[in-house]
Design a protein around this ligand. Structure first.
Ligand code: PMP
Length: 429
């Protein structure tokens, strides 16, 4: 028995499924998750010391590579002054200024501790501001495990085949309307059926929780227009796209400014951090200024702020990082296309910049229904082959893989080589 197997058995006795977040349990691919002991640069090391080229990157935060020396140093220095005060601190002001400077839609921002918390609070802000209850989300988009948004959701719930979680009261989900990603008519219909009642429309501006599905040209602008026309707030959930597609997030990349946006992952540099922010008149309704209540004991935690500010500052001062990531991503995607062509496979390789996904389906993927046509069994075989050859991918067809700045072209070449050998020797898939 390996040490990971031993730990997994122990874990299953005390943690549901042996994990603290479902996708980690390898539920859809089977087998035993690798228990990771340490990480450095582009590698993670399991409990037996085996090294893997890591494409999970803590599901996004590790855009600079693991255990970056400057972030580690900032965390240690901040910790020397105390771990948490529960009072106002200078470092929170610095983070607020940095974010408001970089994110187009941010006049003001509130720090929280996770992406889920950020989204939950942004929905409350939108409802409080508009005085309306209904919200629109898209099938296959995941916005955290908040009751009102666990409706036809992506990520782990899609992987587990339970996109509507039990335990969500009907009352909580009844005001959540779902539209089809990339289908503006499905959105128009909801606005027509619910005139004057929709507080917010929330979207992953590039969807990365049903695999990676990009918005069609003009789709985000059409959403912007329909929201403005109806007095509905447009919320971009940038928990994945924020500081990954570029310094101004997806709103900068696609040139569409939402009313509110949520961030997480990268802004914490690996510490538990999220934030939501947007137009001043909305954010001025948040307590203590206004009547929309939202609070947090550890929000703006000084050690977490130190990690996040350091990561964001490095990204801001080194624009070449995004160029490098873009190059790696493009070279990966064109390499995969070539492999698929050579092996006569019609599978879909999607992505942008440092986000990618290989869908095991012949059907071009523009939405949730398309993504669901993927052969998850074939994906599981591919996943295990890659893992056995030292490549650590997200253990689900419906997740993205993430490139990081510590990666080099040789790493991409190696990944493509292993992938090529998988398609050469695994004739079943
Ligand atoms: N929104 C999006 C787009 C996400 O991808 C995630 C998590 N993957 C969340 C929200 C929830 O964030 P967290 O897991 O930090 O609660």
């Amino acid at each position: 028995m390996t040490r990971s197997e031993d730990l997994f058995n122990r874990a299953k006795r005390v943690l549901p499924g042996g994990v603290n977040s479902p996708v980690r349990a390898y539920q859809s691919v089977g087998g035993c998750p690798r228990f990771i002991k340490k990480a450095e640069g582009t590698y993670v090391y399991d409990e037996e010391g085996k090294r893997y080229l890591d494409y999970i990157g803590s599901w996004g935060p590790m855009i600079l590579g693991h255990n970056h020396s400057e972030i580690q140093k900032a965390v240690v220095e901040a910790a020397q002054n105390g771990l948490s005060f529960g009072t106002a601190t200078e470092i929170e002001v610095e983070m607020g200024e940095l974010l408001c400077n970089l994110v187009p839609c941010f006049d003001m921002v509130r720090m929280v501790n996770s992406g889920t918390e950020a989204v939950m609070s942004s929905i409350r802000a939108a409802r409080g501001f508009t005085g309306r209850d209904k919200i629109i989300k898209f099938e296959g988009c995941y916005h955290g495990h908040f009751d009102a948004l666990l409706v036809k959701a992506g990520s782990g719930v899609m992987t587990a085949g339970i996109p509507d979680s039990s335990g969500v009261p009907k009352g909580c989900a009844k005001d959540t309307l779902t539209a089809v990603y990339n289908d503006i008519n499905s959105v128009r219909k909801l606005f027509e059926e619910n005139p004057g009642q929709i507080a917010a429309l929330i979207i992953e501006p590039a969807a990365a929780n049903m695999g990676v599905v990009l918005p069609k040209e003009g789709f985000l602008q059409e959403l912007r227009d329909i929201c403005t026309k109806n007095g509905t707030l447009l919320i971009f959930d940038e928990v994945i796209t924020g500081f990954r597609l570029g310094l101004a997030g997806a709103q900068g990349t696609y040139g569409v400014t939402p009313d509110l946006a949520t961030f997480g992952k990268i802004i914490g540099g690996g510490m538990p951090v999220g934030c939501y922010g947007g137009r001043r008149e909305i954010m001025e309704m948040i307590a203590p200024l206004g009547s929309i209540y939202q609070a947090g004991t550890l929000s703006g935690n000084p050690v977490a702020m130190a990690a996040g500010i350091t990561e964001l500052t490095i990204l801001k001062e080194h624009p070449e990082i995004y160029r490098h990531l873009e190059k790696l991503g493009e070279s990966f995607r064109s390499g995969v296309k070539e492999i698929l062509r050579r092996h006569g496979k019609e599978y879909q390789i999607t992505g942008t910049g440092s986000l990618s996904c290989l869908f095991f389906t012949d059907r071009p993927v523009a939405n949730y229904e398309d993504a669901k046509t993927s052969d998850v069994q074939a994906f599981a075989e591919y996943f295990h082959y890659m893992l056995d050859h030292g490549i650590h991918l997200a253990p689900s067809q419906f997740e993205a893989i993430f490139f990081n700045n510590a990666m080099k072209q040789e790493d991409v070449d190696l990944t493509l080589e292993v992938m090529d050998s998988f398609f050469s020797f695994h004739r079943k898939v």
